[in-house]
Design a protein around this ligand. Structure first.
Ligand code: 1MF
Length: 183
């Protein structure tokens, strides 16, 4: 994944727990990268090792860390140069979710190493939808819960998300029921 992702994990840990904790996590992960270059591609394994190490050092579950990271990512990318792109992608939570594939397509034009996931909305109602998540990657599903919660904050929309289909349990892809208060 692009270094931006690992840099975001680093900044989240440093913001919340300080630099010393981050150094411990990097050691625990056996990641010997001094600085993550945002626009450079890194093996996914680095990201997974950082999350696992953070869970050991912080005493939190990997799921909790991924969720927190998803939530952090929405604000982080808005602050780190992608605010306009985020703002252009919708005025409401459901609109944004429907535009996510377009957003990734736009990023992918300039950064061909992007391996964009796909998000599809179905069964759209006044206050709920089914979100279908497909990725070339494994193990990032808990992050989606955080991402949608982060979007709830961005749009000041109360949101409740539960996973209804699970690829790890043999379903074809991951699916979430997203309930929200329309605004
Ligand atoms: O392949 C990738 O490196 C990659 C990195 C991040 C693919 C997707 C993403 C974003 N995505 C991460 C979790 C899912 C990954 C997967 O299943 O394979 C989160 C998507 C998302 C969901 C809800 C709300 C907002 C979301 O993201 C908005 C977004 C998406 C991509 C970028 C920024 C905001 C982005 C921008 C530049 C990138 C990489 C990703 O690369 C750079 C960075 C700096 C300079 C040049 C290129």
């Amino acid at each position: 994944m692009y270094g931006l992702v690992n840099k975001a994990i680093q900044d989240m840990v440093c913001d919340r727990f300080g630099e010393k904790t981050w150094i411990q996590i990097k050691q625990q992960a056996e990641v010997n990268v001094d600085v993550f270059i945002r626009m450079e591609g890194y093996p996914d394994d680095i990201t997974h090792r950082l999350v696992k190490a953070a869970s050991i050092v912080l005493g939190l579950s990997p799921t909790d860390i991924m969720q927190a990271f998803g939530e952090y990512w929405v604000q982080y990318t808005s602050d780190e140069g992608y605010g306009e792109m985020m703002d252009m992608s919708g005025d409401t939570l459901p609109e944004f979710l429907e535009n996510l594939d377009n957003l990734h397509a736009r990023v992918g034009i300039s950064f061909p190493q992007l391996q964009p996931p796909s998000f599809e909305c179905s069964d759209m109602e006044e206050n709920s939808l089914n979100l279908h998540y497909r990725s070339t990657r494994n193990g990032l599903t808990p992050m989606i819960v955080g991402l949608v919660k982060g979007l709830g904050k961005k749009f000041e929309t109360e949101v409740d998300i539960t996973q209804t289909q699970n690829r790890d349990q043999g379903d074809e892809h991951d699916e979430f029921l997203v309930k929200y208060k329309p605004n």
